[in-house]
Design a protein around this ligand. Sequence first.
Ligand code: CP
Ligand code: NVA
Length: 321
Amino acid sequence: VVKQIPRHFLSIRDITREELLRLVERSAEIKTAYKANYAARKPVALSGLEGQNVAMLFSKRSTRTRISVESATTCLGGNSLFLGKDDIQLGVNECMYDTARVISSMTSGIVARVNSYNDVATLAKHSSTPVINGLCDTFHPLQALADLLTIKETFGTFDNLKVAWVGDVNNVLHDMLIACAKLGIGAAVAKPKDVSIRTDILALIKEAAKEKNTKIEFKDDPKEAVKNADIVVTDTWVSMGQEAEKEQRLKQFAGYQVTEQIMELANKSGKFMHCMPRHPEEVTDEVFYGPRSLVFQEAENRKWTTIAALEAFFVNRGNIL
Ligand code: CP
Ligand code: NVA
C-alpha cells in the first residue's frame, strides 16, 4: 500500500497564485448560492464530508474561526469535534506526535489553532490527514482568504490596489502580505522602528512578489504608509500569548492608532479592515464602526472562505484547480 501524503494548508505560502484566486472565486460562488437559496428556503448542494469528522484542535480562544469551521463542516455534510486545550490529553499527558497520529486516524481533516508554528508543522508532519492552520504565532491563512474575498467584493478587482497596514507585525500581516505579493496588490506597512519583520518571512514575501513584481514597503510613519491606500488594515497590538507584555506593547505602538485623521490621508474611497477581535487602542470607534469600515462583512466572509478551504483540502484533498 502506497502511503498518501496529505496536502496541508498552513500558510498562503502553501498555495499558488492561481489556487489562491480559485479559492476566493469559489468562496464567492458559495456565498452567492447560500444567500439566494436562503431567501428561497432551498438547501444548497454542497457535500463531501457526509459521515465524516473534522477535528478542531484549538488551544487558544476563538469566535470567528470556531464558528466558521463548525458551520462550514456542517454545510459540507460533516460533523466537527471541538477539542479545546482542557478537553484532550495534549500538552499534559501526551505529545504532539502521539496526538497527531491518533486524531488523524479517526478524522478526515484537522483544523488547528495552536501556539507556535512549530506545533502546527509537527502536527501536519505526523498527521495522515490534511491539516489547516486556524492561526498560529506566524500565520493565519483562513483570515487572508476572507480578507481577499472582502477586497474583491468591495473593489471588484485585485488590480491597481494598495493595502496599508498600521501597527504590529504579526501572524495576520504575514499571510496578508504573502497574499498581496502573489496577487499584485501593493502594500505598505507602518510599524515602530524597533519592531521588525522576520527575515525568513520577508524572504517568503519577496519570493511571492516576483511573479507580479508587487511593491511591498515598510515605513515608520503611518501617515506615509496610508498615502494612496485603498484599504487600511490593523490588528491588535497584543496577540494571544503576549498578554504579559501588554503594558510594554501599548507604549511601543502608541502613535499607531488608526484614527479618522489617518483614514483621511488614504484614498477618498479608502476602506478599513480588521480581523477582530478588536481593542480601541489600535483603532478608534469612529473608524471601526464608521462608514468606511468593512469589519463585519470581513468577519462574515470567514464562513464562506472556510467552506471553500475545507472543500478544497478535506473533500478534494488539495486539488484546488
Ligand atoms: N479573526 C479571528 O481569527 O477571530 P477569532 O480569534 O475569533 O477566531
Ligand atoms: N494577531 C491576533 C489575531 C487574532 C485573530 C492574535 O494572534 O491573537
